[in-house]
Design a binder for this molecule. Structure first.
Ligand SMILES: *[C@@H]1O[C@H](CO)[C@@H](O)[C@H](O)[C@H]1NC(C)=O
Ligand SMILES: *[C@@H]1O[C@H](CO)[C@@H](O)[C@H](O)[C@H]1NC(C)=O
Ligand SMILES: *[C@@H]1O[C@H](CO)[C@@H](O)[C@H](O)[C@H]1NC(C)=O
Ligand SMILES: *[C@@H]1O[C@H](CO)[C@@H](O)[C@H](O)[C@H]1NC(C)=O
Length: 397
């Protein structure tokens, strides 16, 4: 069968040739070893290329990328600039920068413009890229997206970028994977750092103003707390005259705190950054609740309040600019908490069952606690709780 033989030879040759071409292409372009929707090259580093264009996932428009923010050289004119640390100098150079490209977006998290989802409580959790374990536990516990008492709870982790080179790529990839699976990550292209937390806060408020203005209430918090979100829903439902359209801002209120002037402190803020002796009243940033209305007021005010690096104080400054006040809620404990006896377990669910929020909780303890506070057989001694638990849910002082 010479003819059949010829065809076979041609097929084999063509296959071999194709194979060689593919091999050459593969080894010439090492990035092709990664999936196509990986962050590809450097000039497109912040474009999450999504080939499938699926609902709910997003390829940010290249045209919508804000221009790169240039350092403000006039920052040097502030008195004694050269005596400030590199970190503070860096902060002053970039203090005016508020627009950063979004890497991972959630455009339909709160529904479509003509079909908004009635989200009752939006959990907005600051989480650095590397805190994967923390996010996973939160998704299984208090930040699980669900309805409670008929009210929708939704979750968003807000984050920047972290690390350099391969490590940065790996962490970005991690967030892409989480974003694909859970649709709960917002990421912007700025460097995660303690000094950039205010920036993160403002970027979120800007996003909310555009994408989620109808959410009734927000929990704004950290990823290392225990937030009793069921209790929060019940508390917020109990506010008879507020469905999210009036002022609400509540948590652990800190009043008349002095600006820290000790250069070695984590919270150091030099006079060149903040002039006043003390801060306006604010809520400790580990977690506080606010209404959608108040979030929009804070966003509007933030446009004219100069950034200071401490995010919770900054939000307090915006509130003060709007002549609004934070209200203390005794169910929120953001400072160190302790139980004055070795006989009593600090992680006894009875201490936590009636609270709104406790700082701070390692992931495994959080996982156990969430299960325990939901145990219908949990029995709490009344005497034990008298001094600790004065009807916390109802008492907004
Ligand atoms: C400027 O910084 C130097 C060194 O830190 C300090 O000794 C000096 O008092 C500062 N000047 C003013 C006006 O604060
Ligand atoms: C904040 O993020 C910007 C953008 O990535 C970066 O240039 C700046 O150094 C960061 N600031 C600090 C204090 O880390
Ligand atoms: C919220 O309450 C206000 C009155 O305080 C009312 O006008 C508004 O219709 C309510 N909104 C919703 C969505 O229930
Ligand atoms: C704030 O604290 C300062 C001292 O640190 C004190 O002099 C001042 O009276 C306090 N103000 C208020 C309103 O408590």
């Amino acid at each position: 069968m010479p003819r059949y033989f010829k065809v076979k030879t041609i097929i084999i040759t063509v296959t071999l040739l194709l194979g060689m071409i593919l091999m050459v292409a593969y080894f010439k372009e090492p990035q092709s070893a990664f999936p196509t929707d990986y962050f590809t090259n450097t000039d497109l580093k912040y474009i999450y290329v999504n080939r499938e264009k699926e609902e709910n996932s997003i390829t940010p428009d290249q045209e919508s990328l804000p221009p790169k923010c240039e350092p403000n050289m006039d920052a040097r004119k502030v008195w004694n600039f050269s005596s400030l640390s590199d970190q503070i100098q860096d902060f002053l150079y970039y203090r005016h920068c508020r627009n950063f490209p979004i890497i991972l977006d959630l455009p339909y998290k709160c529904g479509r413009p003509n079909k908004p989802i009635d989200i009752f409580l939006l959990l907005v959790i600051k989480s650095p890229p590397k805190n994967y374990e923390q996010r996973e536990v939160l998704r299984k516990t208090w930040a699980k997206e669900r309805s409670h008492n008929g009210k929708k709870i939704r979750t968003i982790f807000i984050t920047g970028t972290e690390g350099d080179g391969f490590e940065k790529k790996r962490l970005n990839k991690l967030l892409v994977l989480e974003h694909k699976q859970h649709r709960d990550i917002l990421q912007w292209d700025f460097r995660e750092s303690f000094f950039n937390l205010t920036l993160k806060q403002i970027l979120f408020l800007e996003w909310m103003n555009r994408r989620c203005p109808h959410a009734r209430f927000l929990l704004n918090g950290d990823d290392d707390v225990f937030a009793h979100t069921d209790n929060m829903v019940q508390y917020l439902q109990s506010l008879e005259d507020n469905n999210g359209t009036k002022h609400l801002f509540t948590g652990h209120v800190i009043k008349n705190a002095s600006a820290n002037r000790k250069p070695n402190s984590k919270y150091f803020v030099p006079l060149q950054v903040y002039k006043e002796r003390s801060y306006p009243a604010y809520c400790g940033g580990a977690g506080y609740l606010m209404s959608g209305y108040t979030a929009s007021v804070i966003y509007e005010k933030s446009k004219s309040v100069e950034i200071i690096p401490i995010d919770d104080v900054y939000v307090g400054m915006c509130l003060a600019a709007a002549e609004l006040k934070p209200n203390p809620h005794i169910g929120v404990r953001t400072l160190a908490w302790y139980i004055p006896s070795k006989m009593i377990d600090k992680y006894d669910p009875c201490f936590i069952k009636e609270l709104l929020l406790i700082h701070k909780f390692p992931p495994a303890k959080l996982y156990i606690m969430w299960d325990e506070v939901h145990n219908p057989k949990l029995k709490c001694g009344v005497q034990l709780l008298n001094w600790w638990n004065p009807f916390i849910l109802k008492s907004v002082v």
